[in-house]
Structures are given as C-alpha cells and as structure tokens.
Design a binder for this molecule. Structure first.
Ligand code: FDA
Length: 397
C-alpha cells in the first residue's frame, strides 16, 4: 500500500496550492481530484481571466460565524505574497476596478503556475479519482480510491463548496467533517443573482440587459456601491451578487438607482434653469433611457415639464429612484452561485493551521469551511492563505 505524508482531496485553488507548498517543504504528497483536469473553477473564473486576488484584502471582506477566524491566515500569507508568485512566473496582470487583479491573458496561466509549483514539489496527482472510503486508525488515514488503497499521516480536505455542480462540486468535505464528528453549519448559495416574483419580473422585462450604477442595502445595513444589472430572470451584476451573501429569504433589499446625485437638489436646480424641460429628458441625464421608459409605463414618472412637477410627485419620484425596496423571490441557487456560504464550523478548526482541534492530522482549507469572501478576488485569496497555513503546519510536523 502506498504511503504519503499527506493526501489532499480536491485539485482546486486551495488543494493545488497546499500540495505544492507542502511538497516543496519535503513532504510526500498525493493530490486527488474527481475531475479530468485540475483547477476547473479557476479556468472559469473572472470571465476566463481569473480575478486571483485583491489589493484591499482585509478580514472585514469575509463572512463567517466567527469573523476573527480568517485574520491569522490572511495576515501570514497576503495578497502581496501571491502577487510575488504570479510575478515570478512572468504572468502579466492588471487591476480592473476596486483593487481586483486579473491576468492580462488567461486564467489558464494561474492553473499552469499551480501545476508547475506542484511538479516542483514532487506532488503525485491522481485525476478522475473518487474517494470511496476514508477511515482512521493509529497508523493514520486509509483512503479507498477507485479500488486502490493509500495511507497517509495527514488528510487535507480541499473539496470546495456546492456551487456549480457542473464543475465537480460535491458535499464530500461536509460528509467527511460529519464522519469525524465536526459540526457543519447550514450552507446556502452566495454571490448569486436574485430571481423576482412574476408580477415584478413582468413589469421589468423590457429592462433585461440594462446596467445602472447603484447602492444596494441589505436589512442588516450592509451596503455595496456597484453596478446592478436587470436580467430576464431578475437582478444581477456585482451589486446584487455582493448583497446576495447578506440576504435571507423573505427579506428586502433597498436600491438607490442614482447614487452619484442628490436627486432632489438636481431636480430643483434644473427646474430653476429650464422650467419647460420635460421631466423625462431631465432624468435621462442621470439614468438609462430604457429605465425611464419602463418607469413611465409603470406610471412612476409623470409625463410633465419640470415646472408642472408638484412637490408630492417629486417626493414620490425621489423615493422610487433612491429607495426602491425589492423583495427577491429567491436566488438562482448553486447552479450559478460563485460561492457557498456556511460549511465546516471554524470553531472546530485551528485558525493557525486549519487542523481539526479534536482530530489530529485532519485539515480543512478553502471554501469547504465557513469563510466566504466578497466578490473581487477575496475567495481565491482565502484559498491561497488557508492552504499556505496548512502547508506550513504540515512542513513543521
Ligand atoms: P474549488 O471548488 O476550487 O476546488 C475543489 C476541488 O475539489 C474541485 O476541483 C472538485 O472537482 C474537487 N472535488 C469535489 N468533490 C470531490 C470529491 N468527492 N472527490 C475528489 N475531488 C473532489 N473567486 C475569486 O476570488 N475570483 C474570481 O474571479 C472568482 N470567479 C469565480 C467564477 C465562478 C464561475 C465560480 C463558480 C467561482 C468563482 N470564484 C472566484 C470563487 C472561487 O472559484 C472559489 O472560492 C475557489 O475556487 C475555492 O477554492 P477551493 O480550492 O476551496 O475549491
């Protein structure tokens, strides 16, 4: 039976990076994945250019039942460390917006980099491999893989969350956690578009494809200022994906569709300067034409000139545009979600090593645990940082 210092399950972002770092520290590592190629989510990420980290990574950008858990790992392996690695591999990158770093060419470069780092660490990789059984005794972990059995001193679970089952996502990590008596917090889709109730969807159907600047606020007061996109199913765009992680079924979100303008002062100024200008043309200076047409059809924008617009109408209009309260019907779910919220309870793990407190040699890294970042490279940075913390611990053993 083959024996390894560590078996890492999941050749995604966290698993590949952990295997590479532990291998380079002299550990004998086996990396196992159920897919036919490694890093499938990386390849899909950032529209094929992989938003691999963010310049402004900070613990406040992560959701977790224990908001302090991520601090140690993020401080010990930072965005600058990963940028150094990317630079060392000669991968050209750029900042797109809000500190988000993307490859100039292709996400394949990040996968190639991780494969090269694994090769440098002498990592053995087994793709298209199902883990059929895991057991533990005084000699370590025994894994049955497609009929073959391997033994390891340490087992690292890097099998990710439930989002995008088409890319190999499985509940494997949660099952292993439960098998070893670790608590798993309820999971739900995050960074995911909202669906809308049919009547509202029908009212907004002409807006599909329209994108507007917005601020969007959840009931717990969390606010994001990014673009909102109307779709044929509901609402999407970065503002909606971000707020979806803070939204619970039945709750409302509040949208300001003119976040860069004090609408009341703007209308007063325009009225003083151009009293005969139509309200519609005035609003077109701030909002897309299709949105104005839709709101007109819905009777939210009266067909009047500015001097005809009375105070009551103006107040109602300002409310509609700056405090649009929407109650989503739900989300598009794991099928299109970028991440899974919840997962292995961090109270069960050491924040320094990612090892289960009560199960020596069992580690959880990346998205499988209850740490979820904002949109914008934060989730990959968590994958790198948690993987690095685990690899350090393996190399110190
Ligand atoms: P990840 O999901 O990457 O890897 C898990 C691996 O385990 C997979 O290869 C899977 O096949 C394997 N596996 C699962 N079950 C198994 C089993 N039973 N046996 C063997 N193998 C098993 N984040 C970001 O920071 N910037 C971005 O640009 C994007 N973009 C993006 C786009 C899309 C479309 C999605 C779906 C997600 C993103 N994300 C993102 C999120 C990011 O991809 C995600 O947070 C990380 O990939 C998580 O890394 P992990 O290694 O934890 O899991």
């Amino acid at each position: 039976m083959e024996r390894f210092d560590a078996v890492v399950i999941g050749a995604g972002a966290a698993g590949m990076f952990c295997a590479a770092m532990a291998g380079q520290a002299g550990r004998r590592v086996l990396l196992v994945d159920n897919g036919k190629k490694p890093g499938r989510k990386i390849l899909m990420s950032g529209g094929g250019r992989c938003n691999f980290t963010n310049l402004y990574v900070e613990p406040a950008a992560y959701l977790s039942q224990n908001r302090h858990f991520c601090k140690s790992a993020l401080a010990r392996y930072t965005q600058w460390d990963f940028i150094d690695l990317v630079n060392k591999h000669g991968i050209a990158w750029h900042e797109k917006t809000l500190g988000q770093l993307f490859c100039d060419d292709s996400a394949q470069q990040i996968v190639d980099m991780l494969v090269a780092e694994c090769e440098k660490g002498g990592v053995t990789t087994r793709l298209r491999s199902e883990v059929l059984e895991v057991s533990h005794d005084e000699n370590g972990y025994n894994l049955v893989l497609n009929g073959d059995t391997v033994r390891a001193d340490n087992l690292v679970i890097a099998s990710g969350g439930l989002s995008m089952p088409g890319l190999g996502a499985t509940p494997f990590g949660y099952k292993i956690a439960e098998q070893f008596g670790l608590k798993v917090l309820p999971t739900r889709a995050g960074l995911v578009p909202f669906t809308l109730h049919k009547p509202l969807l029908e009212q907004l159907q002409t807006l599909s494809g329209v994108s507007v600047a917005s601020t969007i606020t959840a009931e717990d007061g969390t606010v994001f200022r990014e673009n909102l996109l109307f779709t044929h199913r509901g609402l999407s765009g970065p503002a909606v994906l971000q707020i979806s992680s803070y939204w619970r079924p039945g709750e409302y979100v509040t949208v300001n569709l003119v976040p860069d303008c004090d609408l009341e002062s703007f209308l007063d100024e325009q009225r003083a300067a151009h009293p005969n200008q139509s309200l519609k043309n005035t609003l077109a200076m701030q909002l897309p034409k299709r949105l104005i047409e839709c709101l007109q059809l819905l009777g939210q924008i009266p067909d009047v000139t500015l001097k005809q617009l009375n105070t009551r109408e103006q107040n109602a209009l300002v409310d509609t545009l700056t405090q649009w309260r929407v109650q989503p019907n739900g989300t598009e779910g794991y099928r299109t979600a970028e991440v899974t919220l919840g997962g292995v309870d961090t109270d069960e793990l050491s924040s320094r090593t990612m090892e289960a407190r009560n199960v020596p040699g069992l580690y959880f890294i990346g998205e499988v645990m209850d740490v979820t970042g904002w949109l914008g490279g934060y989730n990959f940075q968590w994958a790198w940082a948690s993987a690095w913390a685990c690899a350090q611990a393996l190399s110190e053993k």
